[in-house]
Design a binder for this molecule. Sequence first.
Ligand code: IMP
Ligand code: MG
Length: 188
Amino acid sequence: MSFHNLANDVHSILIDEEQLRQRVKELAEQITADYADQEDLLLICVLKGGYVFLSDLSRALARRHELDFMGISSYGKGTASSGAVQIIMDLKQPITGRNVLIVEDIIDSGQTLSYMRRNLLARGPASLRICTLLNKPERREVDVPVDYIGFDIPDEFVVGYGLDFGEIYRNLPYIAVLKPSVFAHLFE
Ligand code: IMP
Ligand code: MG
């Protein structure tokens, strides 16, 4: 593991900066068109992983919208979900009657979004949709309706653009697969 240059730990780049920029722009255009006759739009960022995507998506949206944040925890330090989803920071406001769009980094098993969706629906929003940058279809355990997907990716653990391994690598500007040596200490 490298302290000074995270790129040394990268095995390969799965989605580069230009691909991310282009796809975020397309998603923003699609969202703008779909909500064209709605005055209200509230983006809810799922922390921590969603922060980079949210920041780029929000700035790519020319239309008015508000933001809120929700802290969710479902992973320990490893690369597989513990299954237990927990709200560690709730929204600052009620969402009753609002048009809510959840912005998430990745759907893996679907447990996190399934839980969030049920939790938010119980608060009575006017509408609730889900936008995820990445989707791992092979790993799905529970069905979740997803309205916007940036990229379908294979069943590999990825980091960067908000996604972490053990809280590190979120600041890599692309989506990458790490070298096997980085995971080695997990099995020591
Ligand atoms: P799920 O509940 O299994 O769908 O997992 C969703 C959460 O797990 C995401 O919000 C991520 O924080 C995390 N996660 C899933 N796959 C990956 C990955 O490949 N890299 C980093 N984090 C991941
Ligand atoms: Mg995470």
